[in-house]
Design a protein around this ligand. Structure first.
Ligand code: TRP
Length: 331
């Protein structure tokens, strides 16, 4: 039997945080053996907000190197750049005629980004979920591993797939979001009731995958903790709980185990231990990423072969779609 298909992507905008790593990329690595995986660098999504062209180009390669450094194996998974496979834009156009303006204007992320970028509410921003649906449906993906914030987008992809299938006959696999557990929500180090974000204004709020050891340790030292001195996870202690969650995610241990380990210890010692654990986990990834970025030809080859593989799968679906909707494709 064919393996199930997994699709996911990250935008090459901004620096990734440990939240992105724990919530997305680290889980993708585990899925590679059991599934047929397509992992993309969503540069077409990225331009829906203003990007500096040179920076977008640089970040695309950095993200490719990071994927591999985190353990995505380009022999197993198709690792590619979205714009290298023209079918994404082509299917998006078809799906645009199935998607309603009303439903797109109600999407949470569209509303948030419209507020944040009020001077640039462009068509692409509103079309973002349709392009994302095209990404997923092109590969007939069953599962889409994403963070909870992307669940609504996967649901729209489901709706569009079902609507298209009803209108034109069975064409698309209806995808399911795969919200992976274990990755507790990673929150800001400065406002621990808010999600850690790559676009936080306060650089001390987020740990970026590119932060060096001293920076990581310094940010953890400055992390907001709670009143009292006990190191336990509870709703009354969002700061301590967040640090414990981060510690457990990197140590692969349970909250109870971590609480026991830090029993009777002070906040200072605790924060240093969390900082060192995270720095220890990031440094091999950073070294590997730097090594990969030093060989642009090799990276280019990998992205080309990933795009070839994606292209073949995408072409099959698009041709089926064109047939169903009545686009003449020759005799
Ligand atoms: N919107 C996703 C994010 O910002 C990135 C993305 C683009 C994606 N296309 C996708 C995720 C397809 C899953 C599937 O995180």
């Amino acid at each position: 039997m064919d393996k199930k298909v997994i699709y996911s992507a990250v935008q090459p905008s901004g620096n990734l945080t440990i939240g992105n790593y724990l919530g997305a990329i680290r889980n993708w690595v585990k899925l590679q053996n059991e599934y047929d995986c397509f992992y993309a660098i969503a540069n077409m999504h990225a331009i829906t907000v203003k990007q500096e062209p040179a920076e977008l180009r640089r970040r695309t390669l950095e993200l490719a190197a990071l994927y591999i450094a985190c353990g995505i194996d380009p022999e197993k998974s198709a690792l590619y750049v979205q714009s290298h496979v023209p079918q994404h834009a082509e299917l998006c156009w078809v799906l645009n005629s199935v998607a309603y303006v009303g439903e797109m204007s109600r999407m949470t992320q569209f509303k948030d980004k419209s507020q944040k970028h009020a001077e640039n509410i462009n068509m692409g921003l509103m079309d973002y979920p349709v392009l994302m649906a095209a990404d997923i449906l092109l590969y007939q993906a069953q599962c889409v591993p994403v963070g909870a914030d992307q669940k609504q987008h996967v649901e729209i992809a489901r709706d569009l797939a079902i609507r298209f299938n009803n209108r034109y006959g069975e064409t698309f696999t209806v995808p399911e979001p795969l919200i992976l557990k274990g990755g507790a929500k990673i929150c800001s180090l400065q406002e621990p009731t808010k999600k850690m974000s790559k676009s936080d204004e306060n650089p001390n709020a987020s740990i970026f995958l590119t932060d060096d050891r001293d920076t990581v340790i310094r940010k953890f030292k400055r992390a907001v903790t709670d009143s009292g001195s006990e190191i336990v996870a509870s709703d009354e202690k969002p700061g301590v709980t967040n640090l414990l969650n981060i510690y457990c995610a990197f140590k692969n241990c349970t909250l109870q185990e971590a609480e026991r380990e830090f029993e009777g210890k002070g906040y200072g010692e605790f924060k240093l231990a969390v900082g060192e654990t995270v720095a220890d986990a990031l440094s091999p990834i950073q070294e590997e990423q730097a090594k990969l970025l030093a060989d642009k030809n090799y990276l280019g080859e990998i992205l080309k072969s990933g795009a070839d593989r994606a292209y073949r799968a995408a072409r099959r679906t698009l041709s089926k779609v064109y047939r169903k909707i009545g686009f003449y494709q020759g005799e």
